[in-house]
Design a protein around this ligand. Structure first.
Ligand code: PYC
Length: 316
């Protein structure tokens, strides 16, 4: 299996070029469901230690249904097959550019949730135009207690929004959004997601919230805020999270706090940034635009020895 690893604003992406079982030619949403069920061990083996690393997102290249797309892609982490991935799409575009498969300019990419566009500005800078994103509900409160060693417990209030994945966005965060608090933020985010899922708070069709975001002030005067993003694998996103930023734009727009076309900078918990703006969508949501940088780090062949006890990764 040939892969290329990159990072986008600190968050790793592993693009699978070949060597993965064929998922057929059905709609990408069906192929994603097949990946999540029949190929559960195979996809996790790519991102789990010792081959992969914490927070790694895999990007499986598949033939697109729509021939106007340069590729189809299905993203996943150790915890779930994802609908879309913003940092992964920036990493994928930079990887395809590195391989000489695409040049600068606009390209369409098919994902399980729809077609997104990438604008390759230079060898590392890409703007992603995501699918229409929307706020589902605002001011939702859940009672959170009993989460790890941190003494903070109580009501957590946030918005539910969709940006290609399902988000609960809490602003302001009850725990300061600083690198020193990453453990406490992780525990609180997991407990919040558990409560949301237990109470079936999520998408209109019962989709569970899979990501939780806490917002706080940034030390960077140019930034709108700093975020902490919990992903399905229980790791925090090192980048500002592209689909999370899309959900954020939908919430800011719905609250009348950000005008169409107005650019903001979103900072991540590690200090990396994306530039964001939106256009009005056709169905009452927003069409998000996310600009960030990715860098290719390695070109590799993954080997799976039949006698290796950990050929499917360390999953304990
Ligand atoms: O950038 O959308 C994103 C993302 C989702 C999970 C990790 N990164």
């Amino acid at each position: 299996m040939h892969v290329i690893d990159s990072h986008t604003a600190g968050e790793p992406t592993r693009v699978i070029l070949d060597g993965f079982p064929d998922l057929g030619s059905g709609p990408l949403s069906e192929r994603a469901a097949l990946l999540a069920t029949r190929y559960y061990d195979a996809y996790r083996a790519v991102v789990l230690e010792p081959r992969g690393q914490v927070a790694m997102v895999g990007a499986l290249l598949v033939p697109p249904v729509d021939p106007s797309c340069v590729t189809g892609v299905i993203y996943f982490d150790v915890g779930a097959v994802l609908g879309m991935c913003g940092h992964g799409t920036i990493g994928l575009a930079v990887t395809l550019y590195h391989l000489g498969r695409i040049g600068k300019g606009l390209h369409r990419i098919e994902t399980p949730v729809g077609i997104v566009t990438v604008d390759v500005r230079d060898e590392s800078t890409v703007t992603v135009t995501n699918i229409e994103s929307r706020r589902i509900a605002s001011g939702i409160t859940v009672e959170v207690s009993d989460f790890g060693p941190s003494p903070i417990a109580g009501p957590i209030t946030g918005d539910v929004a969709y940006g290609g994945n399902w988000f609960f966005l809490v602003d302001p965060s009850p725990v300061p959004v600083t690198p020193a608090n990453i453990r406490a933020l992780t525990d609180l985010a997991i407990a919040t997601r558990t409560q949301l899922n237990a109470q079936k708070i999520g998408g209109e069709n019962g989709e569970p919230v899979d990501h939780v975001i806490f917002y706080g002030p940034s030390g960077n005067d140019a930034a709108h805020s700093r975020n902490f993003v919990l992903c399905p694998d229980d790791a925090y996103d090192r980048s500002p999270c592209g689909t999370g930023s899309s959900a954020r734009l939908a919430c800011l727009a719905a609250a009348g706090q950000l005008a169409e076309g107005q650019e903001i900078i979103q900072e991540s918990i590690i200090g990396s940034t994306y530039r964001l703006f939106y256009k009005a969508g056709q169905h009452g949501g927003v069409i998000p635009s996310i600009t960030g940088q990715a860098y290719v780090m390695s070109v590799a062949e993954l080997l799976f020895h039949p006698q290796d006890l950990f050929r499917n990764g360390i999953a304990i």
